[in-house]
Design a protein. Structure first.
Length: 435
C-alpha cells in the first residue's frame, strides 16, 4: 500500500465519517511535528507559521513538556478535581496568579477550552455584579459556544444559522485605526472610540445594568487589530467609574505571544478577570479564568467547574510550559522575534502595494492585504492565493480578519533564524506574484 493510496483512503474515510462542518484548510495529514517543523504522511516537510492557531508557543513536542506528561501518565490520568483534588492544579493556579498583571489578590479556575473560559468569565461577572449586560466589540472572536458566538462579531462561518444567541450582549465599535469606524485618525482623534462608551450607555445599555466588557488585547480572528496606547486605560477608567468589570480575553495573546507573558502588561492595565488557554498547555486542552479573588470567590461552592477541568495531564504540561519560558528565556526571544517580524513586514510593505497595513504586538504580527491602498478595498482572493502559494512551498500560514484579507503570523517562539528567514522569503516570493 503506497502513501498516496493512504492519503486517498483517508480522504474517502473523512468524507464518509467526519461531519462537513468540521473542516480543515489543508490536506496535510500530520505524522510528526517537532519545534517549528511538521511532517505529513508523505514525509513532506513544512515550516509552521500557524502554531496550531497560537497554541504551540514553546514549539511542537517540546522534550520538557513531553517528559512532564509521561511522568504524570505513570501516576494517574483523571480523578476529577471536584471529587479528588491533586497538587498540579494548586501549583499551576499559584503560578498563573503570580504572573497575571494586577497588584491585588487573585484566584483561578481551570476548564477545557477558550470558549469555556469565556463562558465562565461571563457567569462569574454576572454573579458578582448582580447585573446582566455584557459589552463586546466589532471584529471580536470569543468562541463557538452559544455565549461565545453571541460575543463573536463575524457572521460566517461562526454564527450563520446558529441563532438564537444569548441575551443581553451589546456590541460597540473597536479601535480599528486602519478602518476607523468614526472616520478619524490617530492621534488627533483623541481616542474617540474609547470615549464613545459613555455615549453607548445612553443608546444601548445603561451602565448600572452592565456586568462587564470583554476585550481581546489584540483581536485575533478579527485581524490582529491592536488599539492605541491610551485605549484600554480610558475604557478601564470608565468601567471603574460605573462598577463594570473589565474582562481581558488573553486566550490567543497570552503566554508570551506578544512579547510579554500577558498582552495587557503592554497597556499598563490590570483586568478584573482574564481568560487564558491555547499556548498554556502546549496543545493539551486546558484553559483558565484568573481574576480578583473577591470576584472569583463570590460564587457559591459547586457553582463553577466541570468534570475534566484542570486535568492532571494538562496541568502537568502547563507547568512544564511555564518552566520552559523561564529556563529558555522565551519572553526575551519573543521580544526579539517581534522586532524582526515588524522590520521584515514593514520592508515588504514598502515594496508591495498589496499590503495596506502592518500591525500587531511583538511576534503577533499581521499584514492586511488590499486591492487599492487609497480605497482600502479588501483583497480576500489575493490573501487565499498567498496562503496556498506558501503551502505549496512548504510553509503553513493562516488568514483571518472580518474581510478575510489578513495574513497572520503565529510561529512558535522557539523558531531559529534559518527557518524564520526561509519562511519570510517564501512569503515575499508570494507577495511579488500577487502584487
Amino acid at each position: 500500500m503506497t502513501t498516496e493510496y493512504n492519503l486517498k483512503i483517508l480522504e474517502k474515510l473523512r468524507n464518509t465519517y467526519i461531519a462537513k462542518g468540521f473542516a480543515s484548510s489543508t490536506r496535510c495529514y500530520v505524522k510528526k511535528a517537532s519545534g517549528v517543523k511538521i511532517f505529513d504522511i508523505d514525509n513532506n516537510e513544512y515550516i509552521d507559521f500557524a502554531g496550531g492557531i497560537a497554541v504551540m508557543n514553546v514549539g511542537h513536542s517540546h522534550p520538557h513538556v513531553i517528559a512532564a506528561m509521561k511522568k504524570q501518565l505513570d501516576n494517574f490520568i483523571h480523578t476529577c478535581f471536584m471529587v479528588l483534588p491533586y497538587e498540579q492544579v494548586i501549583h499551576l493556579a499559584e503560578k498563573l496568579c503570580n504572573l497575571m498583571p494586577g497588584d491585588f489578590d487573585k484566584s483561578a479556575i481551570f476548564l477545557n477550552s477558550g470558549a469555556e473560559a469565556v463562558e465562565n468569565a461571563i457567569k462569574i461577572s454576572r454573579y458578582y455584579t448582580k447585573r446582566t449586560g455584557i459589552i463586546a466589540f466589532d471584529n471580536a472572536f470569543h468562541g463557538r459556544t452559544n455565549m461565545g458566538m453571541s460575543l463573536t462579531s463575524k457572521i460566517k462561518p461562526y454564527k450563520y444559522g446558529f441563532e438564537p444567541f444569548a441575551a443581553e450582549v451589546y456590541r460597540m465599535p473597536y479601535a480599528y485605526c486602519y478602518r476607523c469606524p468614526f472616520k478619524l485618525s490617530h492621534p488627533t482623534c483623541n481616542t474617540a472610540c474609547a470615549d464613545y462608551l459613555n455615549e453607548f450607555f445612553l443608546t444601548h445599555v445603561n451602565p448600572d445594568q452592565t456586568a462587564a466588557i470583554i476585550v481581546e488585547p489584540v483581536q485575533g480572528e478579527g485581524g490582529f487589530i491592536s488599539p492605541p496606547p491610551e485605549y484600554f486605560l480610558k475604557l478601564k477608567k470608565i468601567c471603574e467609574k460605573n462598577g463594570i468589570l473589565f474582562i481581558a480575553d488573553e486566550i490567543q495573546t497570552g503566554i508570551g505571544r506578544t512579547g510579554t507573558m500577558f498582552a495587557m502588561e503592554q497597556w499598563g492595565v490590570s483586568a478584573d478577570i482574564t481568560t487564558v488557554a491555547k499556548s498554556l498547555a502546549a496543545g493539551m486542552p486546558l484553559s483558565a479564568v484568573v481574576g480578583k479573588k473577591e470576584i472569583m470567590d463570590s460564587v457559591h461552592a459547586g457553582g463553577i467547574g466541570g468534570t475534566y477541568g484542570g486535568n492532571p495531564l494538562a496541568c502537568s504540561a502547563a507547568l512544564a510550559v511555564l518552566e520552559v519560558f523561564e529556563n529558555e528565556n522565551l519572553l526575551e526571544k519573543s521580544y526579539i522575534l517581534g522586532k524582526k517580524l515588524n522590520q521584515s513586514l514593514k520592508a515588504f510593505q514598502t515594496k508591495y502595494d498589496v499590503i495596506g497595513d502592518v500591525r500587531g504586538k511583538g511576534p503577533m504580527m499581521a499584514m492586511e492585504l488590499v486591492k487599492d491602498r487609497e480605497t482600502k478595498e479588501p483583497a480576500p482572493d489575493k490573501t487565499k492565493e498567498l496562503v496556498q502559494f506558501c503551502y505549496d512551498r512548504g510553509l503553513i500560514i493562516l488568514s483571518c480578519g472580518t474581510f478575510g484579507n489578513v495574513i497572520r503570523l503565529l510561529m512558535p517562539l522557539v523558531i531559529g533564524d534559518k527557518e524564520l528567514d526561509k519562511g519570510l522569503s517564501i512569503i515575499e516570493e508570494g507577495l511579488s506574484i500577487i502584487n
